[in-house]
Ligand binder design. Sequence first.
Ligand SMILES: Cc1ncc(COP(=O)(O)O)c(C=O)c1O
Length: 503
Amino acid sequence: MWRQAKWDVEILTEIDNSTARGSGPEVPFTHQFKDIELEVPEELARKTEPNIPSLSELEVVRHFIRLSQMSFGVDAGMIPLGSCTMKYNPKILDALALNSEIEFLHPLQDEDTVQGLLEILYTTERWLAEIVGLDKCVFQPPAGSAGEFAGALIIRKYHLDRGEPRDEMLIPDSAHGSNFASAAMAGFKVVKIPTRGDGCVDLDALKAIASNRTAGIMLTNPNTLGIFEKDILEIAEAIHDIGGLLYYDGANLNGIMGIARPGDMGFDIVHLNLHKTFATPHGGGGPGGGVLCVRRDLIDYLPRPILVREGGKLRWDYSCGKCIGMVRAYHGNITSALRTFGYIAMLGPKGLREVAETTIINTNYFIKRVLEKPYYELPYSPEKPRKHEVVLSAKKILNDTGVSAEDISKRLLDHGVHAPTMYFPPIVDEALMIEFTESEPKREIDRFVEILHRIAEEAYRDPSKVKGSPTATSVGRLDLVKANHPKTLAPSTRYVRGEGGSR
Ligand SMILES: Cc1ncc(COP(=O)(O)O)c(C=O)c1O
């Protein structure tokens, strides 16, 4: 059985500085900076010392090692978190992204002094444009949802410039929540398009709903059920015919990369999540990237600055005639762009295609194996192959035993496997959304199937055991409301607002 380390770790500022410190060098913060004199105006200069803990290097190293032992990442075990594309990020790309020659550059540095870096960005941008089949990309949006928001603003501005204040955005009911939020934030009324029994967008419903009020559609393909929208060309035609634009949510590119291109399917605007498909660590590993790409006649609308080549040199073009403005400071998360550059350069066109092919094989192998036993169900065309992910339903287990998708997910933690995405997309009851990516070897997928079967059998035999999980993790089952609510969110086990004061 797997067991996670459990330490009672204090926050560094909570450690009593008056107690004797361990020997060994102190963390060299003050030494490094003590000779630097800054011209800080008197009235702004602090009058007291900052409350920085005085600790030895060893104490700090132990602190962070212990914290790392209590957390979980893809380097420690499988994270089959559907829709999130949690794949292994090759370590060599850390070296590239943390290169000190790049790390200390300033975003406003004279362009003549950073031509090498700009060349990398420009090359990466060209590669991504080729991969998605569009004409120009910018790295500015810091996340997929930020890319969606920028894309929705482009769609709004495009129609306003044509004297058509269209106010409706079509979004399938299987879409990620950020699509609805981005469209609403950009000022659109969201119109949900239903999913057909085969798991694809209901084309008839779409045609009936589309009108001269439709600004566009936001779609991901393969969709969040992992199914390829086979009617995509007809969908594109229907939207273009009424003067709308197609936005591609590229979070699912891992399932088609190197095989099919959104631009060829008729999409006009695309975002890609560099922290999903292109080797930027996801979540706590660092900033993400939601690169945004458009077809030629929408380039003027892209957030500024954009990178242009003039007289053999690359420079940032800040001119913003029709543009939507900036969606983030400066040029985007450059380290994500560097990782993307390294990843594409390492794999090449053949390797990128292999990523998608391996991802698809992994998903379909898993489906075949998990359905060998009668516990989990596959709604929406079970006979149809999936692409990068699959959404199982634990409804039968819930009905028979009272054990829910959430309970199953928690029990998985006891086996050293991260929980899948739960209850999404909302069109599947008791959804368990599973994605392996290309990273997971066959034996890990086999192990995962066996664990899922074992948990289902446990649910029928002793449901309380599953419901009482996890027990092998550093933290037991959290109260989801308390853990997320600003009034009860606690940054430390000893810090409970309203219960015992605020240390
Ligand atoms: C299908 C889909 N679209 C959009 C997003 C939003 O991307 P981000 O989390 O980078 O904002 C996600 C994120 O998980 C996603 O899975």
